[in-house]
Design a protein around this ligand. Sequence first.
Ligand SMILES: CC(C)(COP(=O)(O)OP(=O)(O)OC[C@H]1O[C@@H](n2cnc3c(N)ncnc32)[C@H](O)[C@@H]1OP(=O)(O)O)[C@@H](O)C(=O)NCCC(=O)NCCS
Length: 180
Amino acid sequence: MQKNPGLLRLVRERPRDSEAIEEMTAAAFGPDRFHKTVYRLREDVPPIKDLCFVCLDQKGRLVASIRNWPVLINDKWPAVMLGPLSISPELRGLGYGKALMWHSMAQSRLQGHSRIVLVGDPEYYNQFGFRRDLALHLQLPGWVEERRFLALELVAGAMIGVHGMIGKAASKKTRRKKRT
Ligand SMILES: CC(C)(COP(=O)(O)OP(=O)(O)OC[C@H]1O[C@@H](n2cnc3c(N)ncnc32)[C@H](O)[C@@H]1OP(=O)(O)O)[C@@H](O)C(=O)NCCC(=O)NCCS
């Protein structure tokens, strides 16, 4: 049978989407996902809410999601950490991943970000311009399969000279404390 999901709507993630996103992410990445290094950078840090999007089908059901987190490289260079990106299993390979990726990357640029990092299959993410060589001087706080650790410049040259450990972006609360 040919897959024909019809038109989907791409909207900003809403608070009520959390549960469905969690289910879809669990289906895509399995129960061990919380042990992945990238999750350490997400713990206690909310995603960038203006960079979290979902696709809804004609009945309003959530069928795809992308989230982005704020990180700080070497305590000085802000970056966006992309992911997770998950597509409902029965709708994979129809272009929704691509649509969410291009939308999310364009919005990141429009919102003033200049670099993105992620851990994912290069076979998939190379098509959006993510490259291994741009992440060669970066480290993550835990094990990662090196070939899957990628970066992208949203602004030409944004990775030049950028090096060091990727850490959590300070929450607003921490930043307030630091200032006082
Ligand atoms: C990977 C994923 C996000 C892609 O989303 P999608 O909507 O299925 O993909 P798209 O339809 O946008 O795919 C676009 C292209 O990428 C290719 N592609 C899809 N998944 C791929 C993968 N894992 N590796 C390499 N290429 C892939 C498709 O063949 C297609 O190629 P084409 O444009 O030449 O026809 C989705 O399949 C998913 O959630 N998978 C489960 C998690 C996963 O495998 N993650 C791996 C990446 S971290």
